[in-house]
Design a protein around this ligand. Structure first.
Ligand SMILES: C[S@@+](CC[C@H](N)C(=O)[O-])C[C@H]1O[C@@H](n2cnc3c(N)ncnc32)[C@H](O)[C@@H]1O
Length: 291
């Protein structure tokens, strides 16, 4: 990118798309637009009416820096510090996993179940989100389902701070308590109607195969579930059983491969329903204790 040429928005986007493509981005045009909109402090759509404008030197310098970091592998969400999840905007930092679209299926299924349970119990539901990260599951659920009190836990204090800020922005902080806890260990003595979790579930071997943009930038503790991948899930299931109400359900996101291997870590007394993602892959286990 020469500094003596006239660099209009249109030209910056064309050049950067090509540059990011050569540096391994699988969505180079989108990345270029999101980063330029961030540097210009505008909506992405506004770039389309500004193609002939030349951004000032500060904007160009900031954009150049963002593109440099993106080409070195930093995920766009960490560069702009935001990610959309369930049509809500979430702050993310390098202490939180970047929310993934697959996880929206967990929220959708949890909302369906919550509506059914609420009809039976006619009181606010008690819901726990284990390994809340940015808070995306608990907050999206709380936004959609007013008759619920939630507790969202994480082992990472830094992630909890981000999640708390997100709850304030989305005005659900009065209904979501954030707590540092190893899974359910430090939760108050209560039973839950729903326990939701997108826990770390990658095995050590899979971790080594993850794309560098994930491995080098997202928190390892948010990804690796143990040597086989399911160790943390097995512990979660064991802790959840005595904490679920009679009609309670435990919803856990995991890889399609782990869902296939569920008999290795889901004890026999549980019954399981499988929820598929948009690609038709098994993604969520909905567990309840057979009565
Ligand atoms: C896969 S991330 C999910 C984050 C968020 N719920 C989402 O869906 O984007 C897993 C989260 O679990 C947290 N975690 C890992 N081990 C934990 C443990 N033993 N107890 C509580 N949280 C844990 C990590 O810090 C991370 O935030």
């Amino acid at each position: 990118m020469s500094t003596t040429e006239t660099w209009t928005v249109g030209k910056l986007l064309t050049w950067t798309t090509d540059f990011l493509k050569q540096h391994g981005s699988d969505s180079p045009r989108l990345d270029a637009e999101v980063l330029l909109a961030h540097a210009r402090d505008c909506q992405r759509i506004e770039l389309y009416t500004a193609f002939e404008e030349e951004p000032d030197d500060n904007i160009k310098a900031e954009f150049r820096e963002l593109v440099k970091r993106r080409s070195a592998g930093t995920p766009v969400a960490y560069l702009v510090k935001h990610k959309e999840f369930y049509s809500l905007d979430f702050e993310v930092t390098e202490d939180t996993l970047i929310p993934r679209p697959e996880t929206e299926h967990l929220v959708l299924r949890a909302l369906d179940i919550a509506a059914d349970v609420y009809k039976q119990v006619e009181r606010p539901l008690r819901v726990a989100d284990i390994g809340t990260g940015s808070g995306c599951i608990a907050i999206a659920f709380a936004k959609q389902f007013a008759a619920a009190e939630l507790v969202a836990v994480d082992a990472s204090e830094a992630a909890l701070e981000v999640a708390h800020r997100n709850a304030i922005v989305h005005e659900v902080d009065s209904r979501v308590d954030f707590l540092k806890s190893d899974l359910l260990e430090s939760l108050p003595d209560a039973t839950f109607d729903l326990i939701l979790s997108n826990p770390p579930y990658v095995s050590q071997a899979e971790y080594a195969q993850l794309p560098a943009t994930v491995r080098e930038f997202e928190p390892t503790a948010a990804l690796v579930g143990g040597p086989e991948g399911y160790e943390l899930i097995a512990r979660l299931i064991g802790q959840a059983q005595p904490r679920l109400a009679a009609h309670g359900k435990l919803l856990i996101e995991m890889s399609p491969m782990l869902i296939e291997r569920q008999s290795e870590f889901v004890p026999e007394q549980w019954t399981a329903e499988v929820v598929k993602d948009l690609a038709g892959k098994p993604r969520i286990l909905v567990l309840s204790v057979a009565s």
